[in-house]
Design a binder for this molecule. Structure first.
Ligand code: UTP
Length: 293
């Protein structure tokens, strides 16, 4: 395989009901971890992996995301006049070249598969990456991001790929769960995939988390608009139907994943990212220790 992956889809159309009231008028993806919104971490992870076209599938009340990735002349002018170079670098450094960011509205939150399908015309029949910003994956110290690891592995396998991690048995009903085949290092052949099984019915504890590389055939399956678990159009169902047609592997990434769609995961992410920062760790760490005394 030598195809390059240059496009990434960011589905940000969900309602974020687990985080109410914070997400009543603010998109979940704009919640900050330390000083950056979740969506910016996902975009930076994609750029690190070689992505140059960024496709956001948004919904009602998500315009703050569009504004975040646009120039703010008022802020930039003020920072310039005041000589605040660090702030200027932060807001200008995150800008993408004109025309490389697209926004599509998912008119109803009919599920993750439906959100991805909404971006079909932008994929141009090429393999694409999908990143869920609320699954924040912190690279190991000195390591690379999850998507970059997956793209490197996908160069060898092609087909479909999902990021995966082992979860506690009682948690299987919160994830897509894999029926594992042959294991080769971080890669596991996916022989079956089922959305949110009860622990007693789960084929394993290997769970899909929010990073995918999709071959174009998945869009043909999504097109059928079949509703699955929760009455939603699930990406896992379409991926499962491609088994036997194209290679399908899960990649057990190096790094730490935080479920920032949940309050606990979000708090843990903030602490973990703050502790990895030179400007915060030496003051935060003693304070955290003092809480236990
Ligand atoms: P979640 O299952 O976390 O749903 O979606 P949600 O609506 O965002 O949050 P809760 O459960 O109500 O708190 C997983 C991912 O799929 C996207 C979400 O934005 C999130 O990144 N998604 C989900 C869509 O883009 N559209 C949908 O219709 C559903």
């Amino acid at each position: 395989m030598s195809a390059r992956i240059t496009k990434a889809i960011f589905p940000v159309g969900g309602l974020g009901t687990r985080f109410l009231p914070a997400t009543k008028s603010m998109p979940k993806e704009m919640l900050p971890v330390v000083d950056k919104p979740l969506i910016q971490y996902a975009v930076e992870e994609a750029a690190e992996a070689g992505i140059t076209e960024f496709i956001f599938v948004t919904g009602r009340g998500k315009t703050a995301i569009e504004d975040h990735f646009d120039h703010s002349t008022e802020i930039e002018d003020t920072l310039e006049k005041r000589g605040k170079d660090d702030g200027l670098t932060a807001v200008r450094g995150m800008m993408k070249p004109p025309g490389s960011v697209a926004y599509i509205r998912q008119q109803e939150p009919a599920g993750l598969g439906h959100a991805i399908w909404c971006a079909r015309h932008y994929t141009n029949g090429e393999p694409v990456a999908v990143l869920l910003a609320d699954d924040l994956i912190q690279p190991d110290k000195g390591g690379v991001g999850c998507l970059k690891q997956m793209v490197a592995a996908w160069q060898e396998t092609g087909g479909n790929m999902v990021a995966a991690m082992d979860v506690a048995k009682e948690k299987t009903a919160s994830y897509g769960i894999i029926t594992p085949g042959v294991v080769d290092g971080a890669l596991t052949e996916v022989k079956g995939l089922i959305e949110k099984p009860h622990p007693d019915d789960a084929p394993s504890t290997l769970a899909v988390v929010g990073r995918y590389i999709l071959e174009p055939g998945v869009f043909g399956e999504l097109e059928k608009m079949e509703r699955g678990t929760g009455g939603e159009i699930q990406i896992t169902d379409s991926l499962a139907r491609r088994i036997g047609h194209v290679p399908f592997f899960s990649h057990q990434f190096s790094g730490t994943r935080f479920d920032c769609g949940s309050k606990l995961g979000f708090l843990q992410a903030n602490i973990s990212y703050a502790l990895s920062r030179d400007d915060l760790a030496d003051r935060l760490e003693p304070w955290l220790k003092s809480l236990n005394q």
